[in-house]
Design a protein around this ligand. Sequence first.
Ligand SMILES: [Zn+2]
Length: 213
Amino acid sequence: MILAGTIEERVSVAVDAWLRWVPSWTPGTHRGRARLCRRCTGSPLLAAAGLTADVPHQVMHALVSRMQRIIERRVDEFTASELPALHAELTGEQLWSAGGYDPAEGLAPEYEGLDPDPEPDEGEQPFLFTLAGLAEESRPAPPLPRPPLSPEEKQRLRHEIELADRCAAEAGREVCFALMEHRTRIESAIHRFVEPQIRAMLDELSRNLEPPQ
Ligand SMILES: [Zn+2]
């Protein structure tokens, strides 16, 4: 097994991956309506990366999701090694849902955390079946209910959830600090690959808006 890197190393690798992805971004790849994204809105990760509101959402989202994965992985590792009650609880839940089709599983980070089935825009054909519907159909029947937790077990679980939350907050801060080191690289990628495309799009738009001579 490869030794797990520090948060700094992981952020550096994830920023590299994002920088390799950015040149392939085009405004046309943006699908669905712009709705408020719960993952990106007000995220301190964006401020740490130096990304401002005028950067297209998908470009920001691709970076935020990659950082989010680092935080989640850190919490998973901490849970597996330090929080036995919570770990058992989560492993049980995974067994429960295993085998079903999860539309959010295996998505590229640019699409992670977005609604897999956006409401069809007016005039567009609705999807014949939805991914969420498919997931519902393929979900296996839940096993027999487990015996309820004792008050001590509940107490312990609550305590471990608190520790996991603290771990997530700490990992989030570390990721933000690490991300700040990459601001220059991030900003220059935006200047080089994203801004010219936005400018071209706006030029095109204003050309179309001009009244015919
Ligand atoms: Zn987002």
